[in-house]
Design a protein around this ligand. Structure first.
Ligand code: NAP
Length: 318
């Protein structure tokens, strides 16, 4: 038996990987009667209509959000304040505003003040993704068996929270509620620091040839970029996948989760220095004990069903 739509009209602002995947799922499973979309450029709006994952594409976020029962902000988090300011005046009483941003305290800070009385804010974060972006990268199974974390601010309307939770459950996700500060600390560990490390490693490797050519007399000491790419299966390629993620999205994440990332980075530097010392002093036992402990974490990821992907063409990401 097909279930009833959860919403009459959903507006999705930002039609890239996450926005288009959500639209595809809403369409496929009839979770809303109508989807109105908005993206920054006319090209993306036209592509969304051509692919058919929205029913209408609008030139402004306000036009898309007018009369919507649910508005989901799916643009990079740095754009949220301006979008919220624009849609605030047209939102109908009882409407819900949610989002998918990777940092949560800033959403409450940036979006909350622009919402009129009687409009409910229910921030969310589907912990799912790939390194691809744009309207052509989405697919309806992206959120399948992934966690979606909702971070309602204190005093949030319980009915609105439940409606957003049900949307994500019907999109295939396991929904959890979390304090927004706690979310930002947890994701700094599980997502933000790994991305920063990946960007750094790939950057270091790509600078290597230029730097070594400047310094070394002996050309045989120079590690060429060509070799780094050729032999990347040794581990480097996994970092390159993460480091291919959208630069604007990640700029905004680091600017908006500054404290948690900097705190964690301090700890990381301490730990890597300890490993550096163990290598220098030939302390094999220290290294082996460390690597044994980290192996157990990987087993935990597999046991929690978070190691694979539902899209064979797209390896999993966050
Ligand atoms: P994306 O593929 O790069 O798409 C971003 C979309 O936002 C594009 O349609 C872009 O429009 C639009 N946009 C940018 N600035 C805008 C503005 N000022 N007003 C309206 N639309 C604007 O990004 P994504 O991967 O879907 O990420 C979107 C959000 O999801 C981010 O907040 C991110 O933190 C969160 N998230 C991402 C992942 C992931 O792994 N990718 C996972 C979980 C959560 P144009 O195409 O016209 O430029």
């Amino acid at each position: 038996m097909t279930k009833k739509p959860l919403f009459d009209k959903i507006a999705v602002i930002g039609l890239g990987l996450i926005g288009s995947s959500l639209c595809w799922r809403v369409k496929r499973d009839g979770l809303a009667k109508r989807i109105a979309g908005h993206a920054r450029t006319a090209a993306t709006r036209a592509k969304a209509m051509e692919l058919g994952f929205v029913d209408s594409a609008h030139d402004t976020p306000a036009e898309a959000a007018r009369d919507a029962d649910l508005v989901v902000l799916c643009a990079p988090i740095g754009a949220n304040a301006a979008i919220a300011e624009e849609i605030g005046p047209v939102l109908k009483r009882g409407a819900i505003v949610s989002d998918v941003g990777s940092v949560k305290v800033c959403v409450i800070r940036d979006v909350g003040p622009h919402l009129p009385d009687g409009v409910h804010l229910v921030p969310g974060h589907p912990v799912a993704g790939t390194e691809h972006s744009g309207p052509e990268s989405g697919f309806p199974e992206l959120f399948e068996n992934r966690y979606c974390i909702l971070t309602p601010p204190p005093g949030a309307d319980a009915g609105a929270v439940e409606r957003v939770a049900e949307l994500w459950r019907r999109a295939g996700s396991n929904v959890e509620l979390m304090d927004p500060h706690h979310h930002d600390r947890v994701l700094a560990v599980t997502s933000h620091l790994p991305h920063l490390i990946s960007y750094t490693i790939v950057g270091t490797a790509s600078d290597l040839e230029t730097q070594l050519r400047r310094e070394k007399q002996d050309v045989s000491d120079v590690v060429e970029t060509r070799e780094v790419i050729k032999y990347s299966a040794g581990g480097f390629r996994d970092f390159t996948r993460i480091a291919a993620s959208d630069p604007v999205m990640w700029r905004d994440i680091f600017l908006n989760n500054r404290e948690a990332v900097l705190e964690l980075l301090g700890r990381f530097v301490e730990d890597i220095t300890a490993l550096q010392r163990a290598i220098r002093w030939g302390e094999g036992e220290t290294l082996e004990a460390f690597f044994t402990r980290t192996r157990a974490i990987r087993r935990g990821v597999i046991e929690m069903g978070q190691a694979g992907s539902f899209n064979p063409a797209e390896p999993e990401k966050e």
